[in-house]
Design a protein around this ligand. Sequence first.
Ligand SMILES: Cc1ncc(COP(=O)(O)O)c(C=O)c1O
Length: 381
Amino acid sequence: MAVAVAPVHFPVFAPTLPDPAELHDVIVSVFASGRVTVGPQVAALEEEVGARLGVRHVIGVSCGTNALLLLLRALNLPAGGEVITPTFTFAATAQALLWHGLTPVFCDSDPDTFTMDAAAADALITEKTVAIYPVNIFGVAGDLDAYQALADRHGLPLLFDSAQGIGSTYKGRAVGTFGAGEAFSMSPTKVVTALEGGLITTNDDELAYQLRYMRDYGKAEDGEDMRWLGLSARMSEINAAVARWSFARLDTWIANRTAIMERYLARLGEMPGLSTQQIPADRTSSRNYIVILLDPDRAPITRDELYRKLKDEGVQTKRYFYPALHNQTLFRDVEPGCAARLPVAARIADTALALPMYSHMTLDTVDEICDIVESCCMAYA
Ligand SMILES: Cc1ncc(COP(=O)(O)O)c(C=O)c1O
């Protein structure tokens, strides 16, 4: 029997794309040149991102997950080693570890920024630890100084899943310039989109050199000898052209999203039991998502009730990130019993709801959604 699904009037995200006519000339020139992958568009994107972020090397790849896989591989981490990473993140963070035979050691989160708790990470380091691997959460960087101090103290590499962090800063420095390397996504849900794509950033010349070949199977300079274990993870010229258009407007996207988030919070911020991610004064956010938490003891409606009710009203939201990774089938057996040390992350995951937001959303649309949220809450008050 067919199940009726409410139509989506308000999607939780929508990629902000150019009028196709704007890219007509570049598409014609790419096709005419015959160089459709890792050509001048990719090189220009890498240069533009490197110049803005202030990082020596940017390597364009086919998606964020491949950026993570390649970066982890290039760091040459020994299989079986433990890598400290948050449980409150997107699955791809820890899936990349499993692909390399590395063991995720799930860490709790800071209650305000939702990022990996550096003190909790410290307590998880053992002789088996081979890397520290924090995540930029919804555009907010964690305590990068504390992570680096930890890595230095224990002589461990520090790498970042910064998939959602393009345009974010920490103490005035761009995300993308920290640790041994960082990986970004440019999927359709990201502030800068390539349609699909990813970037690796690093200040390490050796690492960058290797990664440029590793994205193309790991072929050596002669194009024949397989020197490294790589992937087929090249970025296409058309994806790079879309990404250049999107990246050139990054400040506009962040400004629009900031206004959208402010409007949401002006409308909904007084709701009892509602809280949201904090952006510390020493950081700025790419504003990839607006995520509210609904305290089940104080809010007029639970997260799950609001999620379902909004769905019925055509407002798509996302329980995000949910479930926390240690509660997902794929990761449940990694370390049975680890839930006891992950109470903050579990509480965030169990109460978090991402509201619709995209760079070209109007404030009138935010108001319409807030009207619906308010009416859903009244129904339960
Ligand atoms: C935190 C995080 N890591 C990794 C990824 C994977 O990126 P991609 O979808 O480009 O492979 C995403 C994408 O949503 C993400 O949000």
